[in-house]
Design a protein around this ligand. Structure first.
Ligand code: SRM
Ligand code: SF4
Length: 574
């Protein structure tokens, strides 16, 4: 289905479109909802709008049944997402996140798959205080969620440290340029006075209806595809010649989310649109957004991402629209090569003599347990660290820009608190990612963050027997097919179908350039090791030199390679 432009479809638009128009630039009745003392929730409409302000109404799903039996309301609380363009935070900001997690949230911090911080379990009464304290350290939550351009990711790149500043600056510039201009956030959360004529304010890029759906932008620096560029609406691939960035290949139209059993929805890989010079990149980002604003589907939200606009109308049509708005042509794409999607762990010395260490944070959850004081350890590091903290695109963390003098101090803290131990994990675990899922995610059909670590332990036993324990196999799990841990780009992917049941996908490319395919549907989690064991044994026996597991699965016909679009859905195999 091809939607008409924004102006031509006033009648059939989805409910969210009317809501955006009526919201007066995202104000809605949020102030009233927050002041209502009778409920820990907010109204359904305000809950849609609150996403643009960076928060989601949730309830503790572990408690749902019990509370229902006791005729109690759901245990409501909020998830808050803090935008961190390029993933770079200062020690002061880290310390503030650490403090707020204890003060207002559930005592943990979540490092997300898109270089952001998340708090879970914030009560309505504490929302405003939390947002104000986030802003006190020059961070915010505007547009962390909602139908707008979200947190812009870029490669945290300690390995080519001389390029980091430039790509970080680009991520920040795109992020700033595409941040909504409404003052609603400042009025509601920061008590800013409403300026006279506020009704007349404008969103020069978005207009009153913002975008048809969420929009995600990333900046990649080959050979690392750590940002998973093919999973995003818009991407910039740095083209480096003689150690300098000479421009960017622009990618468009990627996305992961789909719905089980609905062939009109599917994950899609982004395609290369053309090449632009560094000084053109922000302009190109804006024009891509404008085309999606005008032509994205505003009738059917499940069909509203840029990937469907491009799949329906074609890449040439899209390029033409972008170029018309730019007033110049994009260049021919330049050659580039990605080799991997994951993070490179451990220590590396940067071009300026400062050190960076990439740590493994399982599923991005920063917490203390009785035996592992991870959160305390990172807090102690933040107290003395003069460089920065970099959130990776794979839920991990880099302590970056450590001076030569401070290196032994940081090293000692890492050892004292057991933070280096994770680096000794298996290749599978170091390449694992799970989305949040239960108990906070309202869309989860199955466990993810709480299940993947144990499953990895079981598969590791098989890999160790085969002598493959160091093999960097990318394994990812999500509790539903929305794809928050990008499972369709994993060499082994699990997607929740129902409690304890997962669709198992195999065969994505290690560099993130090929989607996987469904291998077996609705597998009980306890049957997974037995399902994988013979395939892993064949991999050990028959693999070519340096062949990655995903490539092996495709070459030997374990799965047929994915071709395109809606053929992602096959009749389920069992
Ligand atoms: Fe996501 C919705 C968590 C990255 C695709 N995602 C959600 C919500 C907000 C559930 C909801 O709508 O009620 C989840 C909150 C769970 C919780 O309790 O925290 C949620 N998504 C996450 C995070 C925290 C997963 C993680 O464990 O790290 C990631 C936060 C990223 C960030 O900092 O901004 C996260 N989500 C992603 C990604 C990965 C990416 O972008 O690289 C995807 C797939 C890429 C894509 O967008 O296509 C993703 N999330 C979705 C979708 C499906 C969108 C679609 O086009 O169909 C939904 C549902 C929706 O939008 O309706 C969703
Ligand atoms: Fe929730 Fe599904 Fe995203 Fe997991 S993939 S966090 S279950 S929406």
């Amino acid at each position: 289905m091809i939607s008409d432009t924004q102006e031509q479809t006033p009648v059939k638009r989805s409910k969210n479109e009317d809501l955006k128009v009526a919201s007066n630039y995202l104000r809605g009745t949020l102030i009233e909802s927050l002041q209502d003392p009778l409920s820990g929730a907010i109204s359904a409409d305000d809950s849609q709008l609150s996403k643009f302000h960076g928060m989601y109404l949730q309830d503790d799903r572990d408690l749902r049944n019990e509370r229902r039996k006791q005729k109690l309301d759901k245990a409501y609380s909020f998830m808050i997402r803090v935008r961190v363009p390029g993933g770079v935070a200062t020690s002061e900001q880290w310390l503030q996140m650490d403090k707020l997690a204890d003060l207002y949230a559930n005592g943990t911090l979540k490092l997300t798959t898109r270089q952001a911080f998340q708090f879970h379990g914030v009560l309505k009464w504490n929302l405003k205080k939390t947002i104000q304290e986030i802003n006190a350290v020059c961070m915010d939550t505007i547009a962390a969620c909602g139908d707008v351009n979200r947190n812009v990711m870029s490669n945290p790149n300690p390995w080519q440290s001389e390029l980091h500043e430039e790509t970080l600056n680009l991520a920040r510039a795109i992020s700033d340029h595409l941040t909504p201009r409404t003052r609603a956030y400042h009025e509601i959360w920061l008590d800013e006075e409403r300026v006279a004529g506020g009704e007349e304010e404008e969103e020069p890029i978005y207009g009153k209806t913002y975008l048809p759906r969420k929009f995600k932008t990333v900046v990649a620096v080959p050979p690392s595809n750590d940002v998973d560029i093919y999973a995003h609406d818009l991407g910039f691939i740095a083209i480096v010649e003689k150690g300098k960035i000479v421009g960017y290949n622009v990618t468009v139209g990627g996305g992961m989310g789909m719905t089980h059993g609905n062939a009109a929805t599917y994950p899609r890989l982004a395609e290369v649109l053309g090449f632009c010079k560094p000084e053109q990149a922000v302009d190109v980002a804006e024009k891509v957004v404008l085309v999606q604003r005008d032509y994205g589907d505003r009738v059917e939200r499940k069909h509203a991402r840029l990937k469907y606009t491009i799949a329906d109308r074609g890449l040439d049509w899209f390029r033409d629209q972008v170029e018309q708005r730019l007033g110049y042509k994009l260049g021919k794409p330049r050659a580039f090569e990605f080799t991997s999607t994951g993070d490179r762990y451990g220590w590396v010395k940067g071009h300026d003599g400062r050190w960076h260490v990439t740590l493994f944070i399982q599923n991005g959850r920063v917490r203390d347990t009785d035996t592992f004081k991870m959160k305390t350890g990172l807090r102690e590091i933040a107290k003395v660290h003069t460089g920065d903290f970099r959130l990776t695109c794979n839920q991990n963390l880099i302590i970056a820009a450590i001076t030569e003098e401070q290196k032994p101090v940081i090293e000692k803290l890492l050892n004292d608190y057991g933070l280096s131990a994770g680096l000794e994990s298996s290749g599978l675990r170091l390449n694992s990612m799970a989305c949040v899922a239960l108990p906070t995610c309202g869309l989860a059909l199955a466990e993810s963050e709480r299940s993947l670590p144990d499953l990895v332990t079981e598969v590791d036993t098989i890999l160790a027997e085969l002598g493959l324990e160091k093999e960097p196999i990318v394994i990812r799990m999500t509790g539903c097919p929305n794809g928050c841990a990008r499972p369709f780009l994993a060499e082994i992917g699990f997607v929740g179908k129902g409690p304890g049941k997962y669709n198992v996908y195999l065969g994505a490319a290690h560099d993130g350039s090929r989607l996987n395919k469904l291998y077996k549907a609705s597998v009980n989690i306890e049957d997974v090791p037995a399902l994988l064991k013979p395939i892993l044994a064949r991999y050990k026996a028959e693999r070519n030199a340096n062949e990655h597991f995903g490539d092996f699965c495709v070459r030997t016909g374990v799965v047929t390679p994915y071709v395109s679009g809606s053929n992602y859905h096959e009749p389920e195999l069992n």
